[in-house]
Design a protein around this ligand. Structure first.
Ligand SMILES: Nc1ncnc2c1ncn2[C@@H]1O[C@H](COP(=O)(O)OP(=O)(O)OP(=O)(O)O)[C@@H](O)[C@H]1O
Length: 236
């Protein structure tokens, strides 16, 4: 079964076509990266899947359901590019609040678990607005993952994180059995978190396949970044 499906999706902002006939699908349990040059339509795609904006035309389903519906919200996590937790709440309060919004039976226990998992103990009583950008990112990841979502949409998830935290987060994400769509410009993140790639440019898919197929398109010893760069530039 497909957990994510887009067919012929068009989204315009004024005269700009952010998405222009975008179609792809991701089977349940699939781990996919969304790659593309600046302005390709990656964040727009994520927002449509998260139900935050509606396409002008085309069909979008999450496990056969409508994005943004109550059923989908229950099973989906979306980390935007620049997530902001509730600034006046402390780290712990944010976690407890999100856990109770999610209907988790014991929000305090869940907050404890996420504080340990994301190494936030030192900051648990600090207001989110006073955290460093990296610690805000860590908290935001904890907030979107606390309900053990089946489908996870992450826009540049490792932004601002120091190297030990990147490793910690990569291990957490790799340990989850969810369906993943990760938008990133960093190929090492794509290849460590996912095994398939959807490459888009000007609002439509220009290539899709496994990361090993992508590597095989390059010359021997050619860095994968160079292969991707050529594919993105050839399209222009
Ligand atoms: N709210 C908006 N109003 C007007 N134009 C928008 C809006 N959101 C996106 N766009 C335009 O839609 C196109 C796709 O933008 P989008 O943010 O989806 O690209 P992206 O692939 O995520 O880019 P980047 O890699 O730079 O983050 C761009 O031309 C952008 O300027």
């Amino acid at each position: 079964m497909d957990c994510i499906s887009l067919t012929n999706v068009v989204k315009r902002f004024g005269l700009t076509y952010a998405l222009n006939g975008l179609s792809f699908s991701i089977p349940c349990g699939g781990r996919y990266s969304l790659l593309g040059p600046n302005g390709a339509g990656k964040s727009t795609t994520m927002k449509i899947l998260a139900g935050l904006i509606r396409p002008d035309s085309g069909e979008v389903t999450i496990k056969g359901m409508t994005p943004g519906s109550k059923e989908v919200k229950r099973i989906l996590a979306y980390l935007p590019e620049d997530p902001v937790p509730y600034r006046i709440l402390t780290v712990r309060e944010n976690l407890e609040y999100f856990a109770s919004l999610r209907g988790i039976p014991n929000p305090k226990e869940k907050a404890e678990e996420m504080i340990d998992l994301f190494d936030l103990r030192e900051y648990e009583r600090i207001q989110a607005g006073k955290l460093s950008r990296g610690n805000q990112q860590k908290l935001s990841l904890a907030l979107v993952l606390l309900h053990e979502p089946e489908i996870v949409l992450l826009d540049e998830p490792l932004n601002y994180l120091d190297i030990p935290t990147q490793e910690r987060v990569i291990n957490i994400l790799r340990g989850m059995n969810s369906t993943f769509l990760v938008s990133t410009h960093i190929m090492s993140i794509a290849s460590r978190l996912t095994d398939h790639v959807i490459m888009i440019s000007r609002g439509k898919v220009i290539w899709a396949g496994s990361i090993s197929e992508l590597r095989a398109l390059g010359r021997e010893d050619e860095p994968i970044e160079s292969v991707v760069s050529r594919m993105m530039t050839d399209d222009h």
